[in-house]
Design a protein around this ligand. Structure first.
Ligand SMILES: *Cc1c(COP(=O)(O)O)cnc(C)c1O
Length: 399
């Protein structure tokens, strides 16, 4: 029996372990200098005015919505085709998520699908870079900006992806990122909000730390400088959404590895594309293409997903079963929140045909930094076998 192939595995070197140990040895393990350094490096890398580290992308979305002024009575357009946290965050602020359909090619919201469901109550749109495929922020803002609708980019999966040559989230009023191990850059748990206006970052920093007017790190710095002790005040309801210095130390090292991680994922994804091209009825989702056939972004392949078309003889769940029996961990494609019991009371205003087809027919292939070609070949052979093409005439013939 050959070794099980995971769907995703983080890529760490000894430097991450050393950075974490160094944070522990320093005695300052909560939010402190490492968090500040990680924020600075992340903002520089995306070109944002500032970046605020938090405990997850979910808490990043929550704080972005509060800071954008979204609250009870407001509607926020979100894709149903997303991890459930996207819609949940809207409910945390007492607003109503309104599900819109996605582009069947990219799995992302478009100005057209959002326009179809927006109303006078629409206060914001959460634009998701699904699976790392860059969403068209420029087109979305062209529609939303004149209407006074804030676009929050949920770039949870998108660190390392490019839209028109710039990192995704660049130029967004708010962009949120996840550092969970299912994403490329990981520090266990963690998130980041980038903003285009520095004054917005100050409020995000207060909200993540109990609404405190002065951070614990700044009070410590004041104590050390021997001046009068700084007394904090609590001016609004805040949260404990902080990242620790141990996580930030790991995150800083991982940020330096991101270009290499993206290059490797793109290389492996292209190999899948080439070798799976002989299987009828498979579509591998990749870089987004506009109506004129121009590629306008580069995906980091956070999720390398295939859609099984009507020509593919095996259904999605049966295919997942075949792969599991062969020791291969694949996953169903992106979930659709409107089909979950938690959203039974939130019917989409319009049918969501693209969302429902994608969530029903797609699956995520194993892809991780140190995946070998032999491991990839085991996955490929299963697709040829499922399609009734014997190995030897399929994958190997194309290699
Ligand atoms: C993973 C993910 C999240 C949640 O990120 P956490 O850091 O786990 O909170 C939110 N939105 C999308 C699109 C995601 O893929």
């Amino acid at each position: 029996m050959s070794e099980r192939i995971p769907v995703m595995r983080p890529w760490f070197g000894p430097e991450e372990a050393e950075a974490a140990a160094e944070a522990v040895r320093s005695g300052w393990v909560a939010q402190g200098p490492q968090v500040a350094a990680f924020e600075k490096a992340f903002a520089a890398w995306t070109g944002a005015a500032d970046a605020v580290a938090v405990s997850s992308c979910t808490t990043a979305l929550h704080l972005a919505l509060i800071t954008a002024g979204v609250g009870p009575g407001d509607e926020v357009v979100v894709p149903s085709l997303s991890f459930i946290a996207t819609a949940n965050a809207v409910r945390y602020v007492g607003a109503s998520p309104v599900f819109a359909d996605v582009d069947p090619a990219t799995g992302n919201l478009t100005a057209t699908t959002v326009d179809a469901v927006r109303s006078a109550a629409t206060r914001a749109v959460i634009l998701v870079d699904q699976g790392g495929v860059p969403a068209d922020l420029d087109a979305m803002r062209a529609m939303c900006d004149p209407a006074g609708i804030v676009v929050i980019e949920d770039a949870a999966c998108g660190a390392g992806s490019l839209l028109r040559g710039r990192p995704v989230g660049a130029g967004a009023a708010f962009a949120t990122y996840s550092f969970h191990p299912r994403k490329l850059l990981t520090c266990g748990e963690g998130g980041m909000v980038t903003v285009d206006r520095p004054e917005v970052a100050a409020r995000l920093r207060r909200l993540r730390e109990h609404g405190m007017s002065v951070s614990a790190a700044d009070r410590d710095a004041a104590d050390r400088s021997g001046g009068a002790p700084v007394v904090e005040s609590y001016d609004e309801l805040g949260f404990n959404y902080r990242m620790t210095d141990v996580q930030a130390a790991i995150g800083l090292v991982q940020l330096g590895r991101l270009p290499e991680m993206v290059a490797r994922r793109r290389e492996l994804a292209e190999r899948y594309r080439k070798l799976l091209s002989g299987v009828p009825g498979l579509r591998l989702v990749g870089d987004p293409v506009d109506a004129d056939g121009q590629v306008y972004g580069e995906t980091n392949y956070q999720a390398c997903w295939v859609q099984l078309g009507p020509d593919f003889p095996v259904g999605r769940d049966a295919m997942l079963g075949r792969l599991a029996a062969a020791g291969i961990s694949a996953r169903r494609g992106i979930m659709a929140a409107h089909l979950e019991p938690a959203y039974a009371d939130t019917p989409p205003p319009l049918p969501l045909p693209a969302t429902e087809a994608l969530t029903r027919d797609s699956l995520i292939l194993p892809l991780f930094h140190d995946m070998s070609e032999a491991q990839q070949d085991r996955v490929i052979v299963e697709f040829y076998a499922a399609a009734g093409i014997a190995a030897g005439t399929g994958a190997e013939a194309h290699a």
